[in-house]
Design a protein. Structure first.
Length: 340
């Protein structure tokens, strides 16, 4: 055995690092010695003692990054799958990404709580009473197509209905009644429908006393539009934050398990090599078992640990007080005919 590196390896395998530390001082020097004599490949990762694993894997990664990453993916991080040349995080469900977001320190719900709600399977409805005036907040925001549709619905609903005048009747209602030759009532017709719908006092009266179902539908339209706008705005913030470590897009795969269909969510990791490298570097001097990737067994656990201990920042975003009105109006017009 003429190769000095091979001789040192025999000593390492028989007696361990303690016997070599007085000669090399730092493990890095030992690693460079093996590298110098071309025997790194004779000391595979699986043979490294637990207390030296992070340090050896870190140094080995500087020379053989693909080998280290693939070894860790194949043997340690059970929630990562390699597809082609890319690495994907496999999720139990989308809510799992909430582990990467800031928790606590907020008066109401933290970003982590919000992510769980937005990413959950159930529809999240944080707001209930979203308007006290559906004419102002829904009818007045309709585009021309939906406005004409609404007028036709009102006309169909009140066709041949005798609308009695009372103490709450609007000036427009009284004027129409007078034009029709009545003192105490009027009829909605194709000729006056524009005047009726365009007058807020008249429509508020009709919605309150004669168009109960339409009124309720308008409230439902606004509630869903408002909550959807709020949720979609937060969704955008969540995906923007996730882009720090991932491609901000979920991929769903369908798997048949017997007679049942199972849906598996994936999200592509931007730079797995850098994250593994950072973990090994930050914990390469530690002999604690919970500072090893094997202890966590998952990419989610590894990344969350580095965030929890301050090596990485938790993802964070400001929860808006209310949604963008432009999103609400867009949603109203998109939903309108589905409800009414």
């Amino acid at each position: 055995m003429s190769n000095p590196g091979e001789k040192i390896l025999v000593t390492f395998n028989d007696e361990g690092w303690d016997s070599l530390e007085p000669f090399f001082g730092k493990f890095e020097n030992f690693y460079n010695y093996l590298k110098k004599y071309g025997v790194l490949n004779q000391l595979p990762l699986k043979e490294i003692p637990d207390e030296l694993y992070n340090e050896y894997a870190y140094y080995l990664m500087q020379d053989y990054p693909d080998y280290v990453v693939n070894y860790i993916v194949d043997n340690t991080l059970t929630d990562i799958e390699k597809k082609g040349d890319e690495y994907y995080l496999r999720l139990r469900d989308r809510e799992e990404v909430s582990d990467f977001f800031q928790d606590g320190g907020y008066r109401d719900a933290s970003p982590r709580d919000i992510v769980k709600s937005v990413m959950g399977e159930d529809w999240w409805e944080p707001y209930y009473d979203t308007t006290d005036d559906v004419y102002r907040d829904v009818v007045e925001e309709l585009n021309e197509e939906n406005l004409q549709y609404f007028k036709q619905r009102v006309l169909d609903e009140l066709k041949d209905v005798k609308i009695e005048l009372n103490g709450t009747s609007s000036d427009e209602m009284e004027e129409i009644a007078s034009e029709q030759g009545h003192d105490d009532h009027f009829f909605v017709t194709p000729e006056n429908i524009d005047r009726i719908v365009d007058d807020s006092d008249t429509m508020e009266n009709l919605l309150k006393y004669h168009l109960y179902d339409i009124r309720n539908d308008l409230y439902s339209i606004h509630s869903q539009s408002y909550n959807d706008a709020f949720t979609s705005e937060i969704w955008d913030d969540i995906m923007s934050e996730l882009s720090t470590y991932f491609q901000p897009e979920f991929h769903t795969e369908t798997v048949k398990v017997g007679d049942k269909t199972k849906y598996i969510e994936y999200i592509k990791i931007n730079d797995l090599q850098s994250i593994i490298n950072d973990f090994l570097y930050n914990y390469k001097g530690s002999s604690y078992y919970d500072d090893r990737m094997e202890y966590h067994g998952s990419f989610t656990g590894v990344l969350a640990k580095m965030m929890d201990e301050g090596y990485y920042d938790f993802l964070d975003f400001r929860v808006p007080d209310y949604p963008d009105s432009r999103r609400i109006d867009r949603n109203i017009n998109e939903l309108f005919k589905d409800y009414l």
